[in-house]
Design a protein around this ligand. Structure first.
Ligand code: NAD
Ligand code: MG
Length: 341
């Protein structure tokens, strides 16, 4: 295994990105985080948005310059596409590609549409990625705190010969050079990102919490106790793992908890789970998952809406919101204010 090369601000020329006109398409989670950070770093940035829409109103509220998407594409050297993955191809075909000119830089924060071929840019366009490894609201809050979140960069098509330097310079301007920037490929970023979300971060984690909650409640325990044990405390454990690995978590919990971990964890997450993980990974690699997602979203998303409603109707959500509103943690310095970002 090669050792990891980490790029920091000292290795990067930030003037490069400051000499370019940047258009951010979208003012959602990442558009908000990346866009405001670029502006505060002194970059020339405008926003391509549906005029008069919610995002346009929010962006103007921050004093940002907005234009229709097609105008933003014509105006800019660098076009960073930060709208949901499932609408990117349609918006690209109708409002971006017809206005592109050779030598421009088309940028993404997730390789999904390029890797699976839903977007096929012309040969004369540079295609690159800067993908912060954090939600957009955290990209912003860390930057404002003088820190930054790590980012991945990748180059898919380098026409101008400086696509990697542009990616590094952009990543630095959103704050990632304060923490570290790593180079990868579109394929690796896309496939590992989807797998991480499905197996651990979102899918595995939510299902583990809900299944454990149901087990306790069905056995007659208080749902409030169940919430504290299998959901609330998870954050405290993850904070320890984040800071010092599983080893430091073990150092901090009791011997009793550590013994329970080492003897019971692998009984639960056993070879059957690993086989399922391999199947999930295979569907990501062969494009089956991507096709399913796009088909679902392009045909009205009914199944998705049903699943979403089912998930929000779970008892843990009701108990959780009751508990969170009765205690005083987490109410100050909230990252998300849905009316503004
Ligand atoms: P989002 O869902 O927050 O984007 C919403 C924005 O897209 C809004 O401005 C909305 O008006 C606009 N939009 C939606 N539909 C549109 C349409 N049809 N035409 C024009 N504009 C439209 O998006 P996001 O979560 O910030 O994700 C953007 C990209 O960043 C994606 O590729 C995603 O995979 C990637 N990414 C996201 C995160 C994250 O934290 N959310 C993290 C890493 C990478
Ligand atoms: Mg991810």
């Amino acid at each position: 295994m090669e050792s990891l090369k980490i790029y920091l601000d000292k290795d990067i020329n930030q003037d490069l990105i400051k000499s370019k006109k940047i258009a951010i398409i979208g003012f959602g989670s990442q558009g908000y985080g990346q866009g405001l950070n670029l502006k505060d770093s002194g970059c020339n940035v405008i926003f391509g948005l549906r005029q008069g829409g919610d995002s346009d109103i929010k962006a103007k509220d921050y004093g940002l310059t907005t234009m229709p998407i097609s105008e933003a594409v014509k105006h800019a050297d660098i076009i960073q596409i930060l709208i949901p993955d499932e609408v990117q191809a349609k918006v690209y075909n109708e409002e971006i590609e017809p206005y592109l000119r050779d030598g421009q830089y088309l940028m993404f924060s997730h390789g999904f549409n390029i890797h699976y071929g839903f977007i096929k840019p012309p040969k004369g366009i540079n295609v690159l990625m800067v993908a912060p490894k954090a939600p957009g609201h955290t990209v912003r809050s860390e930057y404002k705190a003088g820190r930054g979140v790590p980012s991945l960069i990748a180059v898919y098509n380098d026409v101008s010969g400086d696509a990697k330097e542009i990616a590094l310079s952009y990543a630095s301007a959103i704050g990632s050079g304060r923490t570290g920037i790593i180079e990868t490929t579109f394929r690796e970023e896309t496939e590992t990102d989807l797998f991480g979300e499905q197996a651990v971060l979102c899918g595995g984690c939510s299902a583990l919490i809900k299944t454990a909650f149901d087990t306790l409640v069905e056995a007659g325990y208080s749902p409030y106790m169940a919430y504290f044990e299998v959901c609330h405390e998870l954050k405290l454990i993850v904070d320890l793992i984040y800071e010092g690995g599983i080893e430091d978590m073990h150092y901090s919990v009791s011997n009793n908890a550590e013994y329970g971990d080492l003897t019971r964890g692998s009984v639960l997450i056993n070879s059957n789970v690993k086989s399922e993980m391999k199947r999930i990974l295979a569907d990501i690699q062969n494009g089956k998952y991507a096709d399913e997602f796009m088909q679902e979203m392009n045909s009205g998303g009914e199944h998705f809406a049903r699943l979403r409603a089912e998930s929000s109707g779970h008892l843990i959500e009701k108990i959780g919101s009751e508990i969170r509103s009765s205690f005083n943690w987490g109410r100050e310095n909230r990252l998300i204010d849905k009316s503004r970002n």
